[in-house]
Design a protein around this ligand. Structure first.
Ligand code: 3H9
Length: 694
């Protein structure tokens, strides 16, 4: 038999074992091996039933994504599953770890499914811009109904075993040894003469005539821009309305369409990039990491409380320090409220809430954090305040503790310089709300030690974040690029574009919200203070667009004051305000800018190309090691649509030479100051290359 699939016999039961680490993906040798193993079992008169089980950490976790985009090597998965399902001898899938995608489709092609209680099953192809293409869209609705099947496939949920059993995906849960339990189950099937149960032969429970149209309408806004969820609905509709064989043909066609789509290509890139960011170039793989058994957070504001929650969620005890008792109590109350909100949605039990709150230890005394393995400072964003905190940390923390700052703008090296141990200091820039947002920009200082970096990258994953390593500069990667977009958006408005027009262009591009709607929601005073600080620090823009600042000076701070760039009738619904249009026109006149009608394409290019250009500078300076680091930051921290792969991946699709050509056009129109391409961008464009060719 093949190296990755073994066939053995335990009495009258044939045992097929897949061994293809790390996740038993269905590469060509596995598909061929499965096919051969099933045929061996069928041909062997002594075999009456079979068990399919996997070695290693998990059941089959899906098709081998690395084979996608290449010509398919036979056999493809569908006929292999057909052979299994068509077998006259019962086959039992024995699941541990995760049965995902093609893995679950293989299991659905088996006649019975058993699993250990810790297992999870799902069809998460949607996250790769695909649909289950080996019968999943046809068999799952036959087992659990169209609606549940759609929920599962459209959300890509990993369903816990107990729930999967309730739904009807699993036949039985096995306590104790899986193989022993699965063999016993197979023997019972034989003894009770239960025969083969083929999912494909069952009907799909009927649904209302308008069910699919309603389902689509229900996800249309939230999942706009993604192709796969809508194709999944079409495939399940085929399952509900066509004979199985016809449904399979429809599934195959829809799968192929997705496989060759730009959306799926981008999402597959994101899948691997999210795993690649953890592998820091130049960092020795064998560097011994520091042990993190406890944490402390300085500052119990919104940010500090959110950060502490991440540790409690991961089961790591965390001390939360605030200088005065009232602020500490307020912070804790917010944390509790957040947990209770989650519990009220059924995602945590009351006991979970208490357990997590129990892991957060409040204090007003620095002495209580002396033994913490990692300390994250989340106090007011001011250099003097931060330095004061770090002097104290240096005095009280045990040797070897990691001292992290959550600064989003300040120089990590300067903060580190007030300590006697700059090698232990690093930035951990969480995004708000810190308990929800997955991105963590880990900022390496000039002197940060390798083992501190490695430990913090591992810790990021442990607390459920995607940690991306960046270097010290103004705004790090995310905010530095965002600054470019904000500036051009302000200019565009001054030149005659309406704020809501710009919002719509970026919303239609795939961002969850446009920059001005976002600014009104976050509070215009926030940006105002940042700009004031920048001006005070002598960071003056060559062209200074003041219209938003004038809005703030009128006392209009956004949604929270009932008016900002827009007016808010009922507190939330924006209404464009003629008074603001006049204010903008007046600002334009004062700045000597002639207003004109501006097209959507110009808006898109002027908002996004400077971000790409800044990304090129960030790469040149080594602030980010790879284009993929930048892409993952923008997708997870700023809502860049995953189906476009991130700004740098997107730029490669546009073609860097086209971006440079646009830069030249805009330089003629507006001058070279803001429109000089970065040397790296220019070089790659002239060589016909992209950022991903670096
Ligand atoms: C599909 O099945 C299509 C079918 O419907 C149709 C067929 C016709 N292939 O995530 P980890 C690698 S689409 C190749 O860090 P964890 C991964 O890159 C597929 N490689 O571990 C990494 O490599 P490296 C549907 C894969 O324990 C290593 O394995 N299935 C695949 O945190 C460890 O991964 C899915 O979408 C793969 N399918 O999580 C499931 N999966 O070490 C995708 C993983 O070199 N996978 N690798 O960086 C997952 O969700 C997680 O990997 C899993 C394990 C939960 C399984």
């Amino acid at each position: 038999m093949s190296e990755v699939v073994r066939f053995t016999r335990e009495g009258e039961i044939g045992v097929i074992t897949v061994a293809n680490p790390p996740v038993n993906a269905l590469s060509q040798p596995v598909r061929a091996g499965l096919d051969a193993a099933v045929r061996t079992g069928l041909a062997d008169a002594a075999v009456q039933a079979m068990v399919l089980i996997c070695d290693g950490a998990t059941f089959i976790a899906g098709a081998d994504i690395r084979e996608f985009g290449k010509p398919l090597a036979e056999p493809s998965l569908v006929p292999v599953i057909d052979t299994m399902e068509g077998a006259a001898k019962p086959i039992v899938a024995a699941i541990h770890g995760t049965a995902l995608g093609g893995g679950l489709e293989v299991a659905l092609g088996c006649h019975y499914r058993v699993a250990v209680p810790s297992a999870r099953v799902g069809l998460p192809e949607v996250n790769l811009g695909l649909l289950p293409g080996a019968g999943g869209t046809q068999r799952l609705p036959r087992l659990i109904g169209a609606e549940k099947a759609l929920d599962l496939m459209v959300q890509g949920t990993h369903v816990p075993a107990a729930e999967a059993q309730q739904l009807g995906i699993l036949d039985e849960l096995i306590e104790g040894d899986l193989k022993t339990g699965a063999l016993a189950f197979a023997r019972r099937v034989l003894a009770e003469n239960r025969g083969v149960k083929r999912a494909s032969e069952r009907p799909v429970a009927p649904v209302a005539a308008d069910f699919f149209a309603n389902y689509e309408a229900g996800i249309a806004r939230r999942l706009r821009g993604f192709k796969a969820p809508f194709h999944i609905i079409k495939a399940v509709e085929a399952a509900a309305t066509l004979p199985f064989a016809e449904g399979m043909k429809r599934e195959a066609k829809l799968f192929q369409e997705l496989m060759s789509s730009s959306e799926s290509r981008a999402q597959r890139h994101v899948f691997f990039a999210e795993r690649e960011v953890a592998k820091v170039p130049g960092l020795p793989k064998d560097v011994a990491q520091r042990e993190i058994r406890s944490a402390a957070v300085i500052g119990a504001g919104t940010m500090g409380g959110g950060i502490a929650m991440n540790f409690a969620n991961a089961g790591i005890p965390v001390t939360l320090l605030e200088l005065n008792r009232e602020a500490l109590d307020r912070g804790l109350a917010v944390v509790r409220k957040n947990y209770e909100a989650t519990a009220s949605k059924g995602r945590l039990t009351a006991a979970d809430v208490e357990q997590r709150m129990g892991l957060i230890r409040p204090t007003t005394d620095y002495a209580d954090i002396a033994q913490a393995d990692v300390v994250i400072e989340a106090v007011f964003e001011n250099m003097d305040v931060k330095k004061e905190v770090f002097r104290k940390l240096d005095a009280v923390c045990k040797p070897g503790a990691i001292l992290a700052t959550n600064t989003s703008t300040l120089d990590v090296d300067e903060i580190a310089s007030v300590t006697q141990r700059p090698q232990d200091v690093i930035g951990m820039h969480f995004f708000s709300p810190a308990n929800v947002m997955r991105l963590l920009e880990n900022v390496r200082g000039r002197k940060t030690a390798d083992d501190v970096i490695a430990t913090v990258m591992t810790l990021s994953r442990r607390i459920g974040k995607i940690g991306v390593l960046v270097g010290v500069c103004d705004g790090f990667v995310g905010n530095r690029m965002l600054h470019q977009r904000t500036r051009e958006a302000m200019f565009l408005v001054e030149e005659g574009a309406r704020p809501e027009q710009i919002d719509k262009v970026l919303y239609d591009f795939g961002f969850p919200m446009g920059p001005f709607a976002m600014a009104d929601m976050a509070g215009l005073d926030v940006g105002y203070k940042v700009r004031e600080e920048r001006r005070k620090a002598g960071k003056v823009e060559k062209r200074d667009s003041r219209w938003i600042d004038q809005i703030v000076e009128m006392g209009r701070h956004g949604q929270k004051t009932g008016a900002g760039i827009d007016r808010y009738q009922d507190g939330r619904t924006p209404l464009p305000d003629p008074e603001i249009q006049e204010l903008i026109a007046r600002c334009a006149r004062e700045a000597g800018v002639t207003q004109r009608a501006i097209g959507d394409q110009e808006i898109l290019e002027r908002c996004l190309y400077p971000m790409v250009n800044e990304g090129a500078k960030i790469l040149e300076e080594g602030i980010a090691a790879r284009a993929l680091d930048i892409d993952i930051i923008w997708i997870n921290g700023y809502g860049f649509p995953a189906y476009r792969g991130g700004p740098m991946f997107w730029a490669d699709q546009i073609g860097l030479k086209n971006i440079v050509a646009a830069y030249r056009r805009y330089a003629e129109q507006f001058g070279a100051h803001y429109w000089t391409p970065a040397p790296l961008l220019e070089k790659l464009a002239s060589e016909g290359k992209g950022f991903y060719d670096l």
